[in-house]
Design a protein around this ligand. Structure first.
Ligand code: F6P
Length: 545
């Protein structure tokens, strides 16, 4: 990877040169900066003009992408090659939303007919639940659905159903993920078991959180409805058909997917069933269509007009050239309140890696810390640090131009104004002279002005991008999620990491299994444990009622 490092060094020189001019200066120099540093796809535009970058840096980043064979790797993914090397698996979440007539082969078998069959079964099931054709054990319509799952089997369905609230016209969907008993118990406390359907969402059907919650939910049904009846209140989404049978779920209520669908990329698969029940099959199709449009764009648009490529390369610029450790995702869209959490798994589980695909220690930084909250709420919490803290945090603003509410335009106008104002403030800042003038105009004496002025200075020159879209409808949401998926891909391809495995979650799981025996068995000797674990276990035992 020597050439990549050389290009990074050249990019660092460009960055050093760029530091001599502020973002404000770049805009002054080039009135066409927005036109030149933004990219559009249908009703969606990514404005990256407020990032301290220039054309030289962008073309050098294109060279990085070429050097790291991002396009070839992308094509390998789309074609079903086994690019998830450590698990010997293809990576084909894109096949789940493929609307073309292309065949896609894995191990010599076209996967498209199976995808179509499961999708059709999901549609029939979802529609029958919504229309009241499939009834509960008490012959009542299902009013509430609980999706029990965690990680990719939870974050996607929850985020998408929140985002598409205006399109939710089916039974009410609830989500339980945490093994903490409060999650299930607070969720079912006001629900009627007779009219509730539980969807157990787990690719492996072994995840301890999901299986523990599913078993407790089953007990809840059994106690109020009876042993056999309980099974009529379950469906499952899994690749492990033997295990779903063992749990007592009949095969016609099991919706399968395949090992080439990673958990954090699975919202497009059967894992989306709760969303489909909530919004209906047609809206779910729109959602898939949106992702397909982004896929086609990612596959075919030239690099300089390719939104995921550009977003990924901006990520590389910030992480490897500017050395920023985190990125903030700031949707000015309350219904995207779980989006940052969703992208945390997508991004950090994919690219939070310390070795290359061939197992060598990475010499450069890989995935950054991803975090965020919706605006305007976040303006009243952590924006202080974004504007005046010692760390520079690239901000990714997201903004819908139209809301879904009638007669509430004032809210939307203010929401949009705040979003634009924040990125403007980050870019321009406010220098000491301006602060002094403002303080003077407000009638303060010289001494007070000098005392207050440093606190009121905004350095500015802080980078942000804005993804602006017409309205958060199913198609647009599909595009947004696919955009972020492909951005993760582009970055992972440049870092040369295995973006589709997640070995880093295994050790904790393994140790928890051992640890629980110390908690449950008083006779188990804790002497050999480290003193912290022993001390904490002793405290647990002392206080455990
Ligand atoms: O946290 C690890 C992980 O394997 C995620 O990748 C996955 O989304 C989650 O657990 C849930 O896994 P499953 O769907 O198999 O229950």
């Amino acid at each position: 990877m020597g050439r990549r490092e050389d290009l990074f060094a050249e990019l660092k020189s460009i960055k050093n040169e760029l530091e001599k001019i502020t973002l404000k200066g770049l805009f002054k120099e080039n009135p066409k900066r927005f036109e030149e540093f933004s990219v559009s796809l249908e009703n969606m535009t990514l404005d990256y003009s407020k990032i301290n970058i220039n054309k030289d840096a962008i073309s050098k980043l294109f060279e990085v992408a070429k050097e790291c064979k991002v396009e070839e790797k992308r094509d390998a993914m789309f074609s079903g090659e086994k690019i998830n090397i450590t698990e010997n698996r293809a990576v084909l979440h894109t096949a789940l939303r493929n609307k073309s007539d292309n065949q896609i082969f894995v191990d010599g078998k076209d996967v498209i007919p199976d995808i179509k069959e499961v999708l059709q079964n999901m549609k029939e099931f979802a529609t029958s639940i919504r229309d009241g054709k499939i009834l509960s054990s008490t012959n009542e319509e299902f009013t509430d659905i609980i999706n029990i799952g965690i990680g990719g089997s939870h974050l996607g369905p929850e985020m998408v159903s929140q985002a598409l609230t205006p399109y939710c016209d089916g039974p009410k969907v609830h989500f339980v993920s945490n093994i903490d008993s409060s999650h299930l118990s607070d969720t079912i406390k006001d629900l009627n078991p007779a009219t509730t359907l539980v969807i157990v969402a787990s690719k492996t059907f072994t995840t301890i959180e999901t299986m523990t919650n599913a078993k407790s939910a089953k007990k809840w049904f059994q106690e109020s409805l009876g042993e056999k009846e309980a099974n009529l209140h379950f469906a499952a989404l899994s690749t492990a058909l033997e295990k779903t049978k063992e749990f007592g779920i009949s095969d016609d209520r099991v919706f399968g997917f395949w090992d080439w669908v990673g958990g954090r990329y699975s919202i497009w698969s059967a894992i989306g069933l709760s969303v489909m029940i909530a919004i209906g099959a047609d809206s779910f199709d729109e959602f898939l269509e949106g992702a397909f449009i982004m896929d086609e764009h990612f596959k075919t648009a030239p690099i300089e007009k390719n939104m995921p490529m550009l977003l990924g390369l901006i990520g590389i610029w910030h992480r490897n050239i500017c050395d920023y450790d985190t990125r903030a995702i700031l949707p000015y869209d309350q219904r995207l309140r779980s989006f940052a959490m969703y992208v945390q798994q997508l991004d950090m589980e994919s690219n939070g890696k310390r070795v290359t695909l061939s197992g060598e220690e990475l010499k450069i930084k890989s995935g950054p810390i991803v975090w965020g909250e919706p605006g305007t709420n976040s303006q009243h919490s952590f924006f202080q640090l974004l504007h005046q803290g010692k760390d520079i945090i690239p901000c990714e603003f997201m903004l819908a131009v139209n809301n879904h509410e009638n007669g509430m335009d004032i809210h939307n106008d203010l929401l949009m104004a705040n979003c634009l104002a924040q990125s403007q403030a980050m870019m321009n800042g406010r220098d000491i002279d301006e602060v002094r003038t403002i303080l003077k105009d407000s009638g303060l004496c010289e001494e007070k002005i000098e005392e207050l002025a440093p606190h009121k200075v905004f350095e500015g020159n802080r980078p942000s991008s804005t993804l602006i879209y017409k309205k958060l409808d199913p198609k647009t949401l599909g595009k947004i999620i696919a955009l972020y998926e492909h951005r993760v891909f582009v970055e992972g391809a440049i870092w040369d990491v295995g973006s589709f495995d997640q070995w880093g979650v295994e050790l904790g799981k393994e140790l928890a299994t051992k640890m629980v025996s110390y908690i449950q068995d008083d006779s188990k000797d804790t002497k050999l444990l480290d003193s912290s674990s022993k001390g904490l276990l002793d405290t647990i035992k002392l206080w455990n009622k």
